[in-house]
Design a protein around this ligand. Structure first.
Ligand SMILES: CC(=O)SCCNC(=O)CCNC(=O)[C@H](O)C(C)(C)COP(=O)(O)OP(=O)(O)OC[C@H]1O[C@@H](n2cnc3c(N)ncnc32)[C@H](O)[C@@H]1OP(=O)(O)O
Ligand SMILES: CC(C)C(=O)C(=O)O
Length: 535
C-alpha cells in the first residue's frame, strides 16, 4: 500500500467545524471481540463485516493484525471484500505493528491505520515506562511511518481522559503536524462524566494547533454505565466520529452501543442537529446476527434491540398505546427493524388490551362477558408468567386453560433424507386407555408428524400458521413451536417448548387436537385434510 493507492475515503474526511454528520466507527470486530466470550472466527467476522457495511457504518475496525495470524487474515479478507466502508486496522506505535497493518490493508479500497499510545501519567509510568517526551516522539514517528503507507491515519491517546489536558493538546497538535487525520480521545476505563467530556472536547478543539485539519473522535467504555451519555456529550462538544459496537460489546463492561448512539441522534435530531448514515432499519437484524455468531444474547431490557424494547405488559401503558403509540414509545419499532410493538398479556394487563387480543383471535365479547373472562385471566396470570393465545381462547370458550389430555405423546420417530420426503411414526395414548400408532410421510419431518397425528386422532386440521423460534441461545437451546390450525370454521392455537423442535411441534399439534376434543367438537368437520405449510 502506498499513499497513492490508499487515498482517504471522501466520506470520512473533513474537519469537525460546521459539519452536521457524525461518522460511525464500528469496533465490534476489534474492541468488541476483545471481551471474554465474544471471539469470532474469520468466517463470522467477514459475515459481520458485510452486515456492518450494509448497515452503513463509515469506518469498520476489522482487527489488530499483529495480534495473530487469524486476525491478520480476517482484516485482509475484510479489506478485500468491502467496497464503500473504510476498513481500519489497529496498531501499537511500533514499526512491526504498522508494517503488518499496512500489509493486511493492502487490498482495501479505503484503508485506515489506527495507531494508539497511552498518554496518561499512570500508563506512562507503570505500563510503558516512558517519559512525556518519549510518548510524544514515539507517536510522531509512528504517525509519520503510517502516513507513508496510508493517507488516512487515526491517532488514539489511550487513557486520554486521565491525561493532563495540556499534554494532550501537545500530543494532538504534534499528531496533526505529523499527518494524523483523526484524533481520538478515548475514555479507556469508563471513568468520565458527561460534563467532563464536554469540558475536555471543548478545550481540545480550542487549543489543539490546526484542529480544523482533523476529525475529533470519542471512544467510551461503560464501566460506570455512562459510555453512551459520554459519547453524546463529546459529540455535543464537537466530536464528529463515535467509536462504538453493536450491542455495546467490548472490554470489561463494554463500549458505547452503536444502536443507542444512532437512535439517540435520530430520535433527538432537533436537539443535536446531527445525523449519521446508518440505515436504522438494519439495527435489529445486525444485533441479532451478532448474538448468533457469538452465542451471546442481549438482555431483554437492552435499549433499542432488547426483546422488551417495544413490548408493553402493564394495562395502563397498553391502554395508552392502543389510543396513541406515542404515549409510551419514543421511536417506532419498524425504524430499528423490529416488526411491531407487542402488547404482552400478563398479570399487569387490563381489559382494553385483553379485548383487543381476543378480537384479534376472533372472539368479540360484550362488556359483561369480557368482565367474566378478565377475572379468569387475572387468576391465570397470577399463576402463570407466560399467557399464550391458546390460554385466552380457552378462557373465551369457557374451557379450562390448565386442562391437558386426553391424548398424550408416547413415542415419536422421524426420519428425513436430503432431497426426498420425510416420514414419521407416532404412538399416542388416550385417557380412555386406547393406544394408537400411525405413520405418515410428508414434505418435511414436521409435516410428516402432523399428518401422523391427524391420522392417529382422526382430527382434520388445516394448518394455517407455523412458527418456531429459539427461546434461548446455544446448542441446547429451547425451541418454541406455535401452530394455528383451522377446524370447524375456527382457528385453534397450540404451542409447546422443547429442546427438540419436532417434538415441540408434535406437542403443539396435540394441544390443538386435545382442545378440540375437550370441547366435544365433531373431529371430521373439515372437508380438506391437513395441508398448508411445507416444513
Ligand atoms: C485499550 C485497548 O483496547 S488497546 C488494544 C488491546 N488489544 C489487545 O491487546 C489484543 C491483541 N494483543 C495481543 O495479541 C498481544 O498483546 C500482542 C501480540 C499485540 C503483543 O503481545 P506481546 O508482544 O507478547 O506483549 P504483551 O501483550 O505481553 O505486552 C504488551 C507490550 O506492548 C507494549 N505496548 C502496549 N501498548 C503499546 C503501544 N500503544 N505502543 C507501543 N507499545 C505498546 C507494552 O509496553 C508491552 O511491551 P514489552 O513487551 O516491551 O513489555
Ligand atoms: C485503542 C483504544 C482506542 C482503545 O480501545 C481504548 O482506549 O479503549
Amino acid at each position: 500500500m502506498t499513499p497513492e493507492t490508499a487515498q482517504p475515503n471522501d466520506n470520512d474526511q473533513g474537519g469537525e467545524s460546521a459539519e452536521d454528520r457524525v461518522r460511525i466507527f464500528d469496533t465490534t470486530l476489534r474492541d468488541g471481540e476483545q471481551a471474554p466470550g465474544f471471539s469470532m472466527d474469520r468466517r463470522a467476522k467477514l459475515c459481520m463485516a458485510q452486515a456492518l457495511e450494509a448497515l452503513g457504518v463509515d469506518i469498520l475496525e476489522a482487527g489488530f493484525p499483529q495480534a495473530s495470524p487469524d486476525d491478520f487474515a480476517a482484516v485482509e479478507e475484510i479489506a478485500r471484500t468491502l467496497r464503500n466502508t473504510t476498513v481500519c486496522a489497529l496498531a501499537r506505535c511500533q514499526n512491526g505493528d504498522i508494517d503488518t497493518s499496512a500489509r493486511a490493508l493492502e487490498r482495501a479500497r479505503h484503508a485506515r491505520i489506527h495507531l494508539f499510545l497511552s498518554t496518561s501519567p499512570l500508563h506512562r509510568e507503570h505500563k510503558l515506562g516512558m517519559s512525556k517526551a518519549q510518548v510524544l516522539d514515539t507517536a510522531v514517528a509512528s504517525i509519520e511511518r503510517a502516513r507513508k503507507y496510508c493517507a488516512d491515519v487515526e491517532f488514539s491517546a489511550e487513557d486520554a481522559l486521565r491525561t493532563e489536558p495540556e499534554f494532550l493538546v501537545e500530543v494532538f497538535s504534534a499528531a496533526i503536524a505529523a499527518g494524523a487525520t483523526t484524533l481520538n480521545a478515548p475514555d479507556t476505563v469508563g471513568y468520565t462524566t458527561p460534563a467532563e467530556m464536554v469540558e475536555l472536547f471543548t478545550y481540545l478543539r480550542r487549543h489543539v494547533r490546526d484542529a480544523h485539519k482533523a476529525v475529533f473522535s470519542t471512544h467510551c467504555h461503560d464501566d460506570l454505565g455512562m459510555a453512551v451519555a459520554n459519547s453524546l456529550a463529546a459529540v455535543s462538544a464537537g466530536a464528529r466520529q463515535v467509536e462504538c459496537t453493536i450491542n455495546g460489546i467490548g472490554e470489561r463492561a463494554g463500549n458505547a452501543a452503536l444502536e443507542e448512539i444512532v437512535m439517540a441522534l435520530k430520535v433527538r435530531a432537533p436537539h443535536f442537529g446531527l445525523h449519521t448514515r446508518i440505515d436504522t432499519r438494519k439495527l435489529y437484524p445486525t444485533s441479532r446476527l451478532l448474538t448468533q455468531v457469538t452465542g451471546q444474547a442481549v438482555p431483554r431490557n437492552k435499549a433499542v434491540v432488547g426483546e422488551n424494547a417495544f413490548a408493553h405488559e402493564s394495562g395502563i401503558h397498553q391502554h395508552g398505546m392502543l389510543k396513541h403509540r406515542g404515549t409510551y414509545e419514543i421511536m417506532r419499532p419498524e425504524d430499528v427493524g423490529i416488526a411491531a410493538t407487542t402488547l404482552v398479556l400478563g398479570k399487569h394487563s387490563g381489559r382494553h388490551a385483553l379485548r383487543q387480543r381476543l378480537e384479534a383471535l376472533g372472539h368479540s365479547l360484550d362488556d359483561a362477558a369480557l368482565d367474566g373472562v378478565f377475572k379468569l385471566f387475572k387468576a391465570l396470570a397470577d399463576r402463570k408468567r407466560d399467557i399464550r393465545d391458546e390460554d385466552l381462547e380457552a378462557l373465551a370458550l369457557g374451557l379450562d386453560p390448565d386442562a391437558t389430555g386426553p391424548w398424550r405423546l408416547d413415542q415419536l420417530n422421524t426420519s428425513s433424507h436430503l432431497g426426498s420426503s420425510a416420514s414419521a411414526t407416532v404412538k399416542l395414548i388416550h385417557d380412555d386407555g386406547r393406544k394408537v400408532g400411525e405413520a405418515a410421510i410428508g414434505d418435511g419431518p414436521v409435516d410428516a408428524v402432523l399428518r401422523a397425528i391427524e391420522r392417529a386422532t382422526g382430527t382434520d386440521m388445516v394448518l394455517t400458521r407455523f412458527q418456531v423460534r429459539a427461546m434461548s441461545e446455544g446448542g441446547d437451546a429451547q425451541g418454541y413451536a406455535q401452530l394455528t390450525a383451522r377446524h370447524a370454521r375456527h382457528d385453534w392455537n397450540g404451542s409447546s417448548v422443547s429442546t427438540d423442535i419436532i417434538e415441540a411441534t408434535a406437542h403443539a399439534a396435540l394441544a390443538i387436537v386435545n382442545r378440540i376434543e375437550r370441547q366435544g367438537i365433531e373431529r371430521h368437520a373439515n372437508a380438506a385434510p391437513l395441508q398448508g405449510v411445507s416444513v
